[in-house]
Write a protein that binds this ligand. Sequence first.
Ligand code: SF4
Length: 467
Amino acid sequence: MKINIIFPGRDVEMGKANMPVMPLAPTLLAALTPEAHDVSLIDMFYGDEPDDDADCDLVAITVRTPLAMIAYDIADKFIAEGKTVILGGPHTYAMPQEAKQHAAAVAIGEAEELWPLILEDVHAGSLKDYYVCGPYKLDTLNGTVHHQPNRPDLANLPMMRRDLLPRDRYLMDSIFTTRGCPNFCRFCPVTPIFGPQIRHRPIDEVVAEVDTLRQRYFNVDDSVFGHPQIVDRPEENQYYFDLYKELAGLRPKRLWSGAGGLSALNYKDGRKIVELAAESGLCSIAAGLESLTGAGQKQSGAWRKLHFTSPDSFEIQKLKDNIRNIQELGIEILGFFVIGWDEDTPDMYQRTLDFCDEMKIIPFILTLTPMPGSPIYDEYLEQGRILTELSWDAYGGDAVVFKHPTMDLEVMSALNTQVLREGFSMGRILSRTFNTFKHRPSLGVALNSFFTQLGIGKAFRQQIEKH
Ligand code: SF4
């Protein structure tokens, strides 16, 4: 069969602020496709356009919530041309019945074992309505279902098909080494989708794959330092020791970025993990701090990943110490904050920017977007707080989609715009770049920091000007 895999996107999107990173989902799906098929990839995020007249038999589309309406529109056009459309991705986990209205079949959960089976069923003319991997409320699905109860083992995965996209278009390749997250942050659908157990890819397979990557890559794992709840297990620590030692030995040595828990230096052996990661080329981490208040930590559930024993034990000084300790190892921090927890007040936007200035961390200050599939979305929906009249287009981080108990939605939007604009002034970018150079006197790392921030600031400004 001729298969067209589409990764939807739109011109200006907050997610683009993360810099041009080659998307993982379509390259992985292409890799999982048996050789007998002919596969092509469309990455709309970085400029490709789908062609509904294309000569193909089957179209697979990734559905992420902010782009769901675009994905459905593309799907409908292909269906009108007589193509078989399969939808998958995080949004189909949360909204399978909605997705089914735009597809011959909907995949829910991880693709490794589902995708080859879907292709077999298409070929045999026995396609089911839903293909589900992992624990799921099957009785909510109305139609025929194939259910794979266990999540896939991550050994023996084929190399991602990066060759199917123009690599020069991206500043960074992407890779993953683990899946699963034990943190259950209440605004995030990752734990429900991928489960609380951490599954690891074999180290030799990761290293062989990194050896094919270019100078820079992004590790999309939820935490590249492990997780507080399990990292004291010796075998868990050993995975990271061995992985980073092997990666440090690769030549040329790559620079890489990822998401990481700031509390890593508090675990037994955590310092060694972070130091080895830095030696293997880690130059920056995205860290979800989520809130500067105990109430925000409690409502978000983020206190677990920050390694506090309870929300009440949250201490700002400990957060500052963790930030400084990581920075002193030459690792730059992009701090992700969410404003809009029930006890937040309008001054939280400026207070959070002031904190980022003081700590010299790159400010990702965003208003809460309760994502479908997360516990907080279900809770707000039940309480009538989700603005259900808004379409999924509003879920890109640039609009307020829920009712806050005290803050006015327009005030929230205006304050968010203001801190994003100020947070990426040239003075602040230079000050943070200098701080990075002070801790890691490498011209390459400093230039990486400067241009990354410039790119993020530009993406935020484009987003702001659109509104
Ligand atoms: S926000 Fe990060 S740490 Fe929290 S559940 Fe999601 S992936 Fe895990």
